[in-house]
Design a protein around this ligand. Structure first.
Ligand code: GLU
Length: 270
């Protein structure tokens, strides 16, 4: 058994080492890098390209914010953040913040904080271009197979408001779109901007039907109650909007999908 002094020394060493360990790998990066969460499979919003580069509106907003926080593009490490894992990634300090078509909701606010909104859209439906009998959420009750993603607000809304619909929950929307293409499911539901990105990626294959039936306000998710970081991110979004970089990013990323840039939404206080 080690002497008391050795054990005390060991405990002291551990107590000193732990906070450093927490800084080095916690909080999503260190002073030389920042870990940012986004989607990797949503064209126009968050997409990892075959050459490894990242593109999309969320990616451009995240890059702008990172730059305002003092991190250049080459200091960003991107972390894929599927819908069902976002709160956990933030709570476990695996990312500094998440920009990933992430709706601000009261239940999520119990676990994380949000800066924003920086984009407002609404839930809609994507079907194959030749479909004629799906015209809106109500027509899905007619034995249709609908795909959405676990942990997303659109999946939850279908479960709450359209319990008669056969909902299949996948991990990603790209998997839903694949299943729509090959006929395994009849429709995909999520936010209209996301669906527009997939429709633009495969011209002639799909169409969006019906009117949006929710309001989804995208925020940047961050550690709960980190008001300082929330204010920094909020200021960065405001600056991006005022400088015209927000509209430029919209036109570049969502313009090709046929979505006109609206006026940027007013930001909530942190
Ligand atoms: N905006 C919705 C959400 O945060 C749907 C999009 C997504 O799953 O990323 O759940």
């Amino acid at each position: 058994m080690p002497s008391l002094s050795l054990r005390v020394a060991g405990a002291v060493a551990l107590a000193i080492a732990l906070p450093f360990a927490a800084t080095a790998c916690g909080g999503g990066g260190d002073e030389n890098s920042i870990v940012i969460g986004t989607k990797f499979d949503q064209p126009g919003l968050g997409l990892k390209n075959p050459d490894g580069t990242m593109s999309g509106f969320d990616v451009d907003v995240a890059k702008y914010v990172a730059n305002e926080l003092g991190y250049g593009e080459d200091q960003i490490e991107w972390k894929e953040s599927p819908s069902g894992q976002r709160e956990t990634l933030i709570q476990n300090d695996q990312v500094k913040f998440i920009a990933a078509t992430y709706s601000i909701t009261d239940s999520r606010k119990e676990k994380v904080s949000f800066a924003g909104p920086y984009l407002v859209t609404g839930q809609s439906l994507l079907v194959r271009a030749d479909n004629t009998d799906i015209t809106g959420a109500d027509s899905l009750q007619n034995n249709k197979k609908l795909c959405s993603v676990s942990g997303s607000t659109p999946a939850q809304r279908i479960k709450d408001q359209y319990p008669g619909v056969q909902l299949q929950q996948y991990d990603t929307y790209s998997a839903c779109v694949e299943a729509l293409k090959n006929g395994a499911i009849d429709a995909v539901t999520t936010d209209e901007v996301i669906l527009a990105g997939y429709a633009a990626q495969s011209p002639g294959a799909f169409k969006i039907v019906g009117e949006p039936f929710s309001e989804e306000r995208y925020g940047i998710g961050l550690k709960k109650d980190d008001t300082e970081l929330c204010n920094q991110i909020s200021d960065a979004i405001k600056k991006m909007e005022d400088e015209g970089a927000w509209k430029a990013a919209w036109d570049k990323n969502l313009g090709p999908a046929g979505v006109e840039a609206p006026a940027p939404p007013a930001l909530d206080p942190c």
